[in-house]
Design a protein around this ligand. Structure first.
Ligand SMILES: [Zn+2]
Length: 323
C-alpha cells in the first residue's frame, strides 16, 4: 500500500512539475511575437500572357543585331546582352539568341533620344511583324528601341537590363502583366534595386507555346470536291473522277516532297508529287477525267501516304468523300 502511495505521489509531482512547462511552450513571448509579425512572402507572379494565342517564332536561335551607335553609355549594349542571357537561362534554352553583325536579323535593337509617338512603353518600344496563318501567328521580325535616358534621368545598368528584358519579352510575343514584380509590368520603376527575375510560372504560357516543334503540318481542307462520271458505251462502262483538292500548310515551317494519293474504293487512281508548300500557303490542284478501273462509292485522298514527312499532326492527312 505504501509503495502504491509513493508511486501515486511521484506521478502527481511529475505532473505538477511538467504542466506549467507544457503550458509555457505554447505561449512563449518569442512565439507570440512571431505570430503577430508574420514573414511577408511576395505573391507569386501570375503567368505573363502572349499578346495573341499561338504567337511565336518558328526557329531558334534568334539572330540579334545590336546597333550600339547611339547607346549613350558604353555599358548599355552589354546590359542588353545580359538581358538576352537571362531570357535564355530562364527558359532553359528553349529561347536562344545569336548575335549578328548586320541588321537583317530576326531582332534588332537601337538606342534613341525619343520613342515613336505610338510606342507601347514609356522607355522602350518593340514593333513585331508576324505571319497570321490558320493556326499559328509566326513572328518574323522584332525591332526594339530603347531610350538612353528617361525623363532626363540617366538610366543605370540595372534599369537598362530590366528595360531590355521587358522589351525582349515583347519581341518573344508576350503582352503586359500587372503583377508588380513581373518583368512584363508596363511600369519600370527607376532606379532599379535589382535585376528582376524571370520565374517558371510567369514564363509558362511562353514555354507551353514552344512545346510544339517547328514542323510542317499539311492537311486537305474539307471543301475538296469530287464527282464520279459514268460514260456508258455500247458494250462498256467507263468510270472517271473529277476533283478539286485544296491543301494547306498550317504548320510552322515549309513543307517539301509531299505526295498526294487518290484512291477510289481500293483502286489507286493516281499519286502525285506536290510542290513546296510554304507556311500559310494554300495549294489547289484540279483533276479532270481521271480514269478509274471500275465502279466505286467513295474517294480517299491521302497526303504523304508513306509518312515520309514529319508533321505536327499526322492524323489530318486523310479525307474520305462519298460519291
Ligand atoms: Zn511593355
Amino acid at each position: 500500500m505504501a509503495v502504491k502511495l509513493v508511486i501515486f505521489l511521484l506521478l502527481v509531482s511529475i505532473a505538477v512539475f511538467l504542466l506549467p512547462q507544457l503550458a509555457s511552450i505554447s505561449t512563449t513571448p518569442e512565439l507570440k511575437q512571431q505570430r503577430l509579425k508574420p514573414e511577408i512572402i511576395p505573391a507569386p507572379i501570375p503567368p505573363s500572357p502572349l499578346e495573341f494565342s499561338d504567337l511565336r517564332w518558328n526557329h531558334m536561335p534568334l539572330t540579334v543585331y545590336i546597333d550600339a551607335r547611339a547607346a549613350g553609355k558604353e555599358s548599355f549594349p552589354l546590359d542588353f546582352k545580359l538581358a538576352l542571357d537571362n531570357w535564355k537561362e530562364a527558359t532553359n534554352g528553349v529561347i536562344s539568341f545569336e548575335l549578328k553583325g548586320t541588321n537583317d536579323a530576326d531582332m534588332t535593337v537601337e538606342w534613341v533620344k525619343k520613342l515613336k509617338s505610338e510606342s507601347l512603353d514609356a522607355a522602350g518600344n518593340t514593333d513585331i511583324k508576324f505571319l497570321n496563318q490558320t493556326r499559328f501567328k509566326i513572328l518574323t521580325k522584332a525591332d526594339i528601341q530603347l531610350l538612353n535616358e528617361a525623363e532626363s534621368k540617366e538610366l543605370s545598368d540595372l534599369d537598362m537590363a530590366n528595360l531590355a528584358m521587358h522589351e525582349i519579352g515583347h519581341a518573344l510575343g508576350l503582352g503586359h502583366n500587372d503583377a508588380e514584380d513581373s518583368i512584363m509590368n508596363p511600369i519600370l520603376k527607376i532606379p532599379s534595386k535589382e535585376i528582376k527575375s524571370l520565374t517558371q510560372q510567369e514564363m509558362q504560357p511562353l514555354l507551353d507555346t514552344y512545346k510544339t516543334p517547328p514542323k510542317p503540318d499539311l492537311y486537305i481542307t474539307p471543301n475538296a470536291t469530287v464527282t464520279k462520271i459514268l460514260d456508258k458505251r455500247l458494250f462498256k462502262e467507263n468510270y472517271y473522277i473529277n476533283a478539286v483538292i485544296t491543301i494547306e500548310n498550317i504548320g510552322l515551317v515549309n513543307s517539301t516532297n509531299a505526295t498526294l494519293l487518290i484512291k477510289a474504293d481500293d483502286m489507286v487512281v493516281r499519286e502525285d508529287n506536290m510542290p513546296e508548300i510554304p507556311i500559310g500557303a494554300i495549294f489547289t490542284r484540279t483533276y479532270i477525267y481521271q480514269s478509274v478501273a471500275g465502279n466505286f462509292s467513295s474517294v480517299e485522298l491521302i497526303l504523304d501516304p508513306k509518312n515520309l514527312i514529319d508533321e505536327i499532326d499526322e492524323t489530318n492527312n486523310i479525307l474520305v468523300l462519298k460519291v
